[in-house]
Each structure stands twice: as C-alpha cells, then as structure tokens.
Design a protein around this ligand. Structure first.
Ligand code: SF4
Length: 147
C-alpha cells in the first residue's frame, strides 16, 4: 500500500515501493543512445533495448535485466544526478530538479490514458533492436527533445 501523494516528498525519503511506483513506464530510458566521442553529446534513437516490449513499453525481464543487458543502469537516489541522458520527462529527473510531475503522469491522472494519448511513452513508436540492422543505427537518430 502506497502512502497518499507520496510523490510529493523529497526523493531521498522514498522507500523502495515508492521509488518503483514513481516510474511512469514511458520506456524512453530504454532507447539506444549514441554518444559523440568529441563533444559527449547524447543522441537518442528510435530503437529500443532488446528486452523492451515495444507494444507495452515494459521490460520483458525486469528482474533479470542487468544479467542479460550488462550496461543496463539501475536508477537510484545516488546516481540520478549523474545520468544527464535521462529524458526530460523522466519522473526521477523531474523530481530531482524540484519540478512537479506532469498532469498526464499516471499517479496524477489515475491511469495511463493521457500519457499514451499525448505520446509521452514509446509504446508502438519504436523498433526493437532485434529487428533493425544495428550497423545502421545512426539512421535511427531522432529528436531527443521531443521523444
Ligand atoms: S525514463 Fe524515467 S519515468 Fe520513464 S521509464 Fe525510464 S525511469 Fe521510468
């Protein structure tokens, strides 16, 4: 059972269940990103990690994801500040920056309808890496500001 309006607390006060529940399941962090070696700029692609179900934007093996995908990152209170590549709409990033959750967030709206309607998640909008020629990944770069 989650405490009422728990998301209004400081991130450092979240318990494990609250931390997990804050995630909006947008799947944006599960997109493959490319880094420019010279500038360190990050480019998002419309290609997802092999474990992401592109129809639901959920991880197909959340419990064992780090065993299967070695560079999968577990987000926590200590590293949230360092992960500059997280999408601007990410609930953890917003909270860390002292911002409110958006009105479409399921915790505010009560369901996922608005998130899907407003295309705030990657559901049915990206391709799994198993279905693309990874050598041509640069062709899949998208505008990371508007994903
Ligand atoms: S970007 Fe943030 S809110 Fe969206 S799925 Fe990833 S961790 Fe959750």
């Amino acid at each position: 059972m989650l405490n009422k309006n728990f998301w209004e607390k400081n991130l450092s006060q979240f318990n494990i269940k609250e931390w997990e529940a804050l995630c909006d399941r947008c799947g944006k962090c599960c997109l493959i990103k490319l880094e420019d070696e010279d500038t360190s700029d990050i480019y998002y692609t419309n290609v997802s990690c092999k474990l992401l179900c592109v129809k639901t934007a959920n991880c197909n093996n959340y419990q064992k994801r780090k065993e299967i995908v070695k560079d999968c990152v577990s987000l926590n209170y200590q590293n949230v500040e360092k992960l500059k590549w997280m999408p601007k709409t990410c609930s953890y990033r917003l909270k860390h920056e002292g911002k409110e959750l958006p009105t479409w967030h399921y915790l505010i709206a009560g369901n996922y309808d608005q998130m899907i309607k407003q295309k705030k998640c990657v559901r049915n909008r990206v391709t799994n890496e198993k279905d693309v020629d990874i050598k041509n990944i640069k062709k899949h770069i998208i505008d990371g500001e508007n994903i």
